[in-house]
Design a binder for this molecule. Structure first.
Ligand code: HEC
Length: 196
């Protein structure tokens, strides 16, 4: 009988040690992340655009995590400084991505602030980058005989415009571009926020 108590006691001590080592201590070590100063929360429109980004699978080809200047030429590529945890404060779920078939987009809003460029590029990437393997998203646009009041007409370069029609951006395309323009983490961050 006595040895059973010892066994039980030993098991409980082991369990307590395991819980504190594997649950309590790691929990205490996780630091609370604050938003980077300079980061703004997404607006309603930008959040709708962010949902489009998820729905259209942009994350399958684009990362949102420039690496440190020492490790990779991301900074020289113009993709921005290495990101810190606070840069993603409003990103749930995060869209870090794992593939870089296309460029990193965490700072695309700073690198390419033109709404017209983005709309045209979504309608037909090859109109801007010959040979691009990015899919086109024509279903986010409407082809009309004539633009109506309030329509956002997309001016495509060269002979990419469909003959006799105007290309008008649908709301989802406009939302998506608003989100892309919000991707701008070029504000400075204190070195302290990198390692806390
Ligand atoms: C099959 C992979 C693939 C998918 C999916 C994809 N892209 Fe791309 N994207 C690329 C490639 C490759 C480039 C570089 C060539 C170019 O500019 O078209 C690119 C370029 C871009 C650029 C210009 C980046 C720069 O630095 O100039 C933007 C903006 C962009 N993509 C947005 C998107 C969005 C938004 C979506 C989803 C609606 C998307 N991409 C889906 C492959 C992809």
């Amino acid at each position: 009988m006595e040895s059973e108590y010892k066994l039980l006691g030993g098991a409980m001590v082991t369990l307590a040690l395991a819980t504190s080592a594997l649950v309590v201590v790691p929990y205490l070590q996780v630091k609370k992340v604050e938003p980077s100063p300079g980061l703004k929360p997404y607006t309603e429109v930008q959040l709708r655009g962010r949902q489009q980004y998820i729905d259209m699978g942009c994350v399958y080809c684009h990362s949102q995590q420039p690496r440190s200047q020492n490790q990779a030429p991301d900074f020289q590529r113009g993709w921005g400084r290495a990101s810190v945890a606070g840069d993603y404060f409003y990103d749930t779920p995060h869209l870090l991505g794992t593939m870089r078939t296309g460029p990193d987009l965490l700072n695309i809003g700073a690198r390419q602030p033109s709404v017209d460029w983005h709309l045209g590029h979504l309608y037909q990437p090859r109109a801007y980058t010959p040979g691009s393997n990015m899919p086109s998203y024509p279903f986010m646009f409407e082809l009309k005989d004539k633009a109506e009041e309030g329509d956002k007409v997309v001016n495509l370069p060269g002979d990419f415009a469909p003959e006799g029609k105007v290309v008008v951006a649908k709301q989802e395309a406009l939302d998506l571009v608003e989100y892309l323009l919000a991707l701008d983490r070029t504000y400075p961050v204190a070195p302290a926020s990198v390692i806390k």
